[in-house]
Design a protein around this ligand. Structure first.
Ligand SMILES: C[S@@+](CC[C@H](N)C(=O)[O-])C[C@H]1O[C@@H](n2cnc3c(N)ncnc32)[C@H](O)[C@@H]1O
Length: 587
């Protein structure tokens, strides 16, 4: 690997987006320290934060610069950095700034997760749990974002930081940095971190948001500009460990816990005027959403439809593959298997056991297959279209996908499951996973689902018209705003985000009937070849039709608003009939 590439790889793995010094200086300028304070920078990089922190403490002591620096580095400032080069650079920066680096300091080249920060009289790391730790009054910095956790201790870290107050904490470097920092802080201690804004809305960070609010006061401030190295929006998280709180402050505005609770994902981006949308049922009470499957090797099984045909360059041959311990370890998660499993595999290997596998063979000349064909199903890839788009791809699906499923079962551990399988071939709605807005489309029966296009299906007993009513709503600007502002403002639109959308309970029955028939007409036009965009007049019409009007709430809808339980049961037995692309919309 080239040096530049190795550097890039290290940067990505360690989430190395260093804070420009002026930003760190400004944040530190707003803090006030006393000589009793102890400040930790848990991922100090080359010292953007450490330098202004030292500077601030120096002014609290008297004497020569050398004496003062010795006192500050011995008593007040602590740092950790995993990358040896950056650690050295940080020390060099201190030395060049003050012309001296005291022998005794607390800047370690180490993994923050492996450091126990025991007080001087309790220095046995193996006995860290329950021992007194250094009483940091501040933990400050910019934890690694999107970095990789050391695979050797990933599971251990998950056990230690992956669960708080009955909720999962996402296995991410910066969320675990926050959890460990909260654990380290004594009562009244303060945390000040620059971090990615993703943790404000996404469901997988709900546990972290709850933990923060259960343990102290939170203030979030958007950082207008961070650095040219990343365009990712960043925020400043300020936290004081003062116990359970009922409010947080976001950009100077107080946000009460009860409004946050309304959103289902405990979103910190809800506001007073948006909270009203969340006071009724959610789309998830009408539809169940699911992600699709990852094939693992699309070129083996997925074909593009060109002029009604696909070109098939492969054939598939099943065979008995002898069980082999080395191969099993190679495909296991983190390359690890339990001792019990290893013993089982050894026994299978010794007895000559085998597993059914599939071989993909290249044909000397590809064959042309006319679509539809019984060995192929339409494959629902993500598309940048709304309302409806004709199928662009098929998947080789002979014998209910035997070849694809066998290939996945023999692949790496993460391919073993078949995402969305219970919903294959059902009628529903679908959208592009990675998109700035919901590109929702009608999905006819018969499709196999790809992970790039999550889908939603009516729950059992829900009238079919709801599909159109919800499709119309998801195409409106307010729905997209709620999705991207309150529910999940990252690029991904996951199945659960869709379920968390407010259901348009405020639309009057008459307006709802009108909307349903209008959207049915749009889908029918789509099936007949018409293409829609966000600037089509139909989308403006929908925006007006679904506008929030409180006066439209009649008694039954008001009761619905108060209903805390799902209105319909999840559907277990799902049909998987063969594709038939002709759809009767007026049924
Ligand atoms: C986003 S950078 C920020 C660096 C510095 N805090 C700043 O603000 O400039 C994150 C830093 O964390 C370091 N890092 C990554 N994983 C770490 C770990 N497990 N323990 C300590 N440092 C880590 C990276 O090498 C990188 O320098």
């Amino acid at each position: 690997m080239s040096i530049a590439r190795t550097k890039r790889e290290k940067k990505r793995q360690l989430g190395q987006f260093l804070t420009p010094p002026p930003i760190a200086q400004q944040l530190i300028a707003n803090l006030s320290f006393t000589r009793d304070d102890k400040v930790l920078e848990p991922s100090m990089g080359d010292g953007s934060f450490v330098i202004p922190i030292i500077e601030k403490f120096l002014s609290l002591y008297s004497g020569s610069i050398q004496t003062r620096l010795e006192k500050v580095l011995a008593n007040n400032v602590y740092g950790v950095e995993l990358d040896r080069e950056l650690h050295e650079k940080c020390l060099a920066n201190i030395k060049s700034r003050w012309g001296h680096l005291p022998q005794r300091h607390n800047f370690q080249n180490a993994d923050f997760f492996r450091r126990h920060f025991l007080s001087a009289n309790e220095s046995t790391p193996s006995l860290a749990k329950g021992k007194a730790t250094i009483p940091f009054t501040f933990i400050v910095g910019n934890p690694p974002f999107g970095g990789t956790l050391d695979p050797k201790i990933q599971d251990e870290l998950d056990n230690e930081f992956g669960f708080r107050n009955g909720e999962k904490i996402k296995k991410e470097t910066y969320s675990f940095f926050i959890v460990k920092s909260i654990d380290l802080l004594p009562k009244g201690g303060r945390l000040l971190f620059i971090c990615s804004d993703t943790f404000l809305t996404i469901k997988t960070m709900r546990g972290l948001r709850r933990l923060l609010m259960n343990q102290g006061e939170v203030e979030i401030t958007d950082l207008e500009y961070f650095s040219d190295e990343t365009s990712h929006p960043m925020v400043v998280l300020s936290f004081v460990k003062n116990g359970y709180t009922n409010n947080i402050e976001v950009n100077g505005r107080v946000l009460p816990r009860e409004k946050i609770e309304l959103t289902g994902n405990f979103s910190w981006r809800v506001t007073d005027d948006l909270a009203k949308y969340f006071s009724g049922p959610t789309v998830g009470q009408y539809m169940i959403a699911s992600s699709g499957m990852t094939v693992g090797k699309n070129e083996y099984f997925i074909r593009e439809i060109v002029g009604g045909n696909v070109s098939e360059p492969c054939e598939f041959e099943f065979f008995d593959d002898p069980i082999d311990l080395k191969k099993e370890i190679a495909r296991a998660r983190l390359g690890k298997l339990s001792q019990k499993r290893v013993a089982e595999i050894r026994q299978q290997q010794a007895s000559g056991a085998s597993r059914r596998n599939v071989r993909v063979l290249r044909r000397s000349t590809p064959i042309e297959v006319q679509i539809p064909h019984p060995d192929y199903c339409y494959y629902n890839k993500g598309a940048n279209e709304i309302v409806y788009t004709p199928p662009t791809h098929v998947i080789y699906w002979k014998d209910d996908g035997d070849a694809v499923i066998t290939f996945k079962k023999n692949g790496n551990w993460y391919l073993h499951g078949v995402g969305g399988q219970p919903y294959f071939k059902r009628e529903g709605l679908t959208w592009q996973l990675i998109a700035q807005s919901l590109h929702t489309r009608y999905l006819p029966e018969g499709y196999i689902l790809d992970s790039g296009a999550p889908c939603a299906f009516l729950r059992q007993g829900v009238p079919r018209d709801e599909l159109y009513f919800i499709l119309g709503w998801t195409l409106t600007p307010p729905c997209n705003y709620l999705l991207k502002e309150v529910i999940n403002h990252t690029k991904n639109i996951q199945s659960k985000d869709f379920e968390r959308l407010p259901y348009p309970f405020w639309v009057s029955s008459a307006d709802k009937r009108e909307a349903i028939s209008f959207v049915k007409g749009m889908v029918e036009d789509g099936l007949n070849g018409k293409r829609f965009t966000r600037s089509s007049p139909e989308i403006s019409w929908l925006g007006a039709q679904y506008a929030f009007r409180e006066q439209h709430l009649h008694e039954p809808e008001k009761r619905l608003v108060q209903s805390p339980l799902p209105l319909f049961e999840p559907e277990e037995n799902l049909s998987t009939s063969f594709p038939h692309p002709v759809v009767n919309l007026r049924s």
